[in-house]
Design a protein around this ligand. Structure first.
Ligand code: ADP
Length: 477
């Protein structure tokens, strides 16, 4: 049987960086060598040729003037070159020898000079040649000549000869320098290639170990990534993720405890009342039946909340948008609280406002907010509702004068399973899911929401939706 191929382990950061550094150091050294040693001579020759061309050009400009002689002499000294000027027939009006030993032009006869003129002409009027001096053991020389016709109609040849300073001494110096440089650069490159990646990867390796622990459910791990900015940012992000995971885990445990408690309370009541009614015929009263029905209703609400939230969070819920009268539906919700005779629900709305939204879900939002306000209402037992319109937005506010919410908890209350006061309210109020459902529904609608609360004075929860004016809605249909 064939064994499955093991996936190839990706190359580590250290190895990749070492490779990068190695290649970089190598390329730098090679380039230095190529430029300094191998290209030095050609560069130098090119520069010298250019200089000779410029000298010849300066002479050409003076050909018709009587300053030619003086100019040639001056240039000869300045540029350190031999300068010869002769006409097409080899007559040589000017000849300055500045330097050295060999020369292609010095000592030529008139016929030879005429021949040289023709040769330069054959090369298209410009001729360059490098040659070695026979006299001084091979000094390199440059011969450059051009032929021109002056405005006065005469043909001339201007030749410049110059010495190319021996490069070998320079090259040797450079070679020695380069060897030193290579000896320093390569070990330094290797040292950096080993040191820097190690510095970078050490915190990563540590964080990886911590992340493994986190993966195994140890939420107390802390990532201590010091070093590069990205590393400490990553470690801060991971710390945040660990804290969030631990929070979610704690909330999940609490929810389990809450839910089982909340399920058990009505179930115990239902069972208890049922048994009493079975065993004692006198207890079979409408009041007791109502208690059983109420408790079943509570159970139903709880299960529905849980189902709603899990569906909202799974993203499988589709909004069934319709145009409806929001003001009207708030009023309808408030009639449900008629049973709470000692509570008051004043509602102010300037106008009837229509919105395009999922009616059931928005009603659930209002219901959850009012329910919370009732649960946390102050001694005045008043929950006031207000509906305001501004432009194309409608805002619904639900206020109570109860205990309020501490400022540092305002962020958390929208999280699922969260309850500000975990210990005391458990039996009275819900599961910590209500606001989470509100948040999810409004997010789906693209609506805004928030809370203003002051401890001891009460809270005002609000949400906003786009209004759907009549014309627009008709146009849609
Ligand atoms: P619950 O079912 O516990 O009310 P919610 O998600 O509706 O869950 O609310 C989360 C928490 O926010 C509540 O447990 C409570 O501590 C706080 N809260 C919500 N509404 C109010 C309010 N009107 N006044 C004070 N605290 C509130």
């Amino acid at each position: 049987m064939k064994r499955p191929a093991r996936p190839r382990r990706p190359i580590g950061v250290s190895a990749q960086m070492a490779l990068g550094f190695g290649i970089f150091a190598l390329v730098t050294v090679v380039l230095l060598w190529v430029f300094q040693i191998f290209l030095l001579n050609p560069f130098y020759q090119a520069i010298k040729t250019q200089e000779a061309e410029q000298t010849a050009e300066a002479i050409v400009r003076q050909l018709d003037s009587d300053q030619l002689d003086a100019a040639a002499r001056a240039l000869c000294i300045k540029s350190g070159s031999n300068i010869f000027v002769s006409d097409s027939r080899g007559r040589q009006p000017v000849g300055y020898k500045h330097i050295f030993q060999d020369s292609l032009t010095a000592g030529l006869s008139q016929i030879e000079r005429a021949a040289l003129f023709d040769q330069v002409n054959l090369h298209g009027g410009e001729y360059t040649q490098f040659f070695r001096s026979r006299q001084t053991g091979g000094t390199e020389l440059l011969f450059y000549a051009v032929t021109v016709r002056t405005p006065s109609g005469l043909d001339w040849m201007v030749a410049v000869e110059t010495e190319i300073t021996p490069m070998s001494a320079t090259v040797e110096t450079l070679l020695a320098q380069l060897i030193c440089l290579t000896l320093v650069l390569l070990p330094l490159g290797i040292l950096l290639a080993v040191y820097i990646p190690r510095r970078l990867t050490r915190p990563l390796t540590k964080m990886n170990e911590a992340a493994k622990l986190l993966g195994q459910g140890d939420y107390s791990v802390r990532f201590a990534g010091r070093g590069a900015r990205e590393v400490s940012e990553l470690s801060a992000t991971l710390n945040f993720a660990a804290a969030e995971l631990s929070k979610a885990d704690r909330l999940r445990r609490e929810l389990l405890a809450n839910v089982s408690h909340d399920l058990r309370t009505p179930l115990t009541m239902i069972k208890g009342y049922g048994e009493v009614m079975r065993d004692l015929p006198g207890e079979n009263t409408p009041e007791n039946v109502q208690i059983i029905i109420d408790e079943a209703g509570r159970l139903n609400d709880l299960v529905n909340d849980l189902l709603d939230l899990s569906r909202l969070e799974a993203g499988v819920i589709r909004l069934e948008k319709e145009r409806f009268n929001l003001t009207e539906s708030i009023r309808a919700i408030l009639t449900r609280y008629d049973k709470l005779a000692d509570y008051r629900f004043p509602f102010t709305a300037e106008e009837e406002v229509y919105v395009l939204a999922d009616k059931l879900k928005i009603s659930q939002v209002v219901y959850n907010l009012v329910n919370n306000a009732v649960n946390y209402a102050g001694d005045d037992k008043t929950v006031s509702l207000r509906q305001e319109t501004a432009g194309e937005r409608v805002r619904v506010l639900v206020s109570d004068t109860g205990e309020g919410i501490p400022a540092d908890k305002l962020q958390d209350i929208w999280e699922r399973y969260y309850k500000v006061d975990r210990e005391h309210r458990r039996t009275q109020v819900g599961t910590g899911l209500g606001l989470s459902i509100v948040k999810n529904v409004l997010d789906l609608h693209g609506g805004a929401y928030g809370v203003i609360s002051e401890q001891g004075k009460g809270s005002t929860f609000w949400f906003e939706l786009d209004t759907a004016p009549e014309e627009e809605a008709k146009g849609d249909v």
